[in-house]
Design a protein around this ligand. Structure first.
Ligand SMILES: Nc1nc2c(ncn2[C@@H]2O[C@H](COP(=O)(O)OP(=O)(O)OP(=O)(O)O)[C@@H](O)[C@H]2O)c(=O)[nH]1
Ligand SMILES: Nc1ncnc2c1ncn2[C@@H]1O[C@H](COP(=O)(O)OP(=O)(O)OP(=O)(O)O)[C@@H](O)[C@H]1O
Length: 211
């Protein structure tokens, strides 16, 4: 594909990512206004870089004409939660929305990946309005705790550095670190009530300071 063709192909994906970021960040703001604890800590999103699309299509044998149907993560959203239990709340909230349709779920929390990776993945079909009419696109939504995100971000950069061939000793350390990150999640879950009460007090205090 030429540069112009890529721009045209990716434009609806950009739109989907921008729209979903606004919508999902809006949910957090609603919780904030009510001074109640949000199951969503923060939301990020990206359109897969062209080099990464080309690399993945080669790796997985996906022909260019099948990208729309067979590459599920061209539009990607990530939702970070404070607690493991919040992840189910977020997934159910996504399921109850009428602006997207969940087509696949992958639970890498109950069944972590070999690398140690944990996250909950949802693939959804999301409609964007284009000048040529409505277009339904696949969007990958990754839902994870802050601690899972910390691990995955670091592991992703190490993987990049070693082009996917991480030395065995580092792999072992990363797996150990993944378990440590999960222990942190479990410990924090034990004091969830305490943490949330403190955050509610702090949120009211900062609002009072502002007014
Ligand atoms: N850091 C990190 N991220 C991962 C790992 N496994 C999956 N991911 C993330 O999850 C996405 C893929 O999710 P999967 O459900 O494994 O999708 P897949 O099509 O089966 O596999 P991919 O070929 O990796 O896309 C990747 O693009 C990453 O963003 C991992 O071991 N480490
Ligand atoms: N669903 C997502 N939401 C937000 N950011 C994402 C999502 N998926 C990947 N990213 C981030 O986007 C950047 C580029 O991602 P890229 O698609 O090249 O990586 P990847 O997810 O590891 O891809 P692959 O599936 O091809 O191995 C990375 O920083 C990655 O962490």
């Amino acid at each position: 594909m030429q540069n112009e063709q890529w721009k045209l192909f990716l434009a609806p994906y950009n739109q989907a990512v921008e729209e979903l970021k606004v919508k999902l960040r809006g949910i957090r703001s609603q919780y904030e206004l009510q001074h109640s604890n949000s199951p969503i800590e923060f939301v990020t999103g990206r359109v897969k870089p062209i080099a990464s699309i080309l690399d993945k299509s080669k790796r997985k044998g996906i022909p260019m004409e099948n990208l729309e149907d067979d590459m599920q993560d061209i539009a990607g959203i990530r939702m970070m939660c404070q607690f493991v239990d919040d992840i189910k709340v977020v997934v159910n909230m996504l399921k109850s929305r009428n602006d997207l349709e969940i087509v696949e779920e992958r639970d890498y929390i109950t069944s972590k990946k070999d690398s140690g990776y944990r996250s909950y993945h949802v693939v959804a079909r999301y409609p964007v309005q284009t000048v040529a009419g409505e277009k339904k696109l696949l969007v990958e939504i990754q839902i994870r705790t802050l601690s899972m995100n910390f691990w995955a971000t670091i592991e992703h950069s190490i993987n990049y550095k070693y082009s996917g061939n991480i030395p065995e000793d580092i792999k072992v350390r990363l797996k150990r670190a993944a378990e440590a990150a999960y222990s942190l999640d479990e410990e924090m879950s034990q004091i969830r009530g305490e943490v949330q009460e403190a955050q509610a007090i702090f949120s009211r205090k900062t609002e009072n300071d502002r007014t």
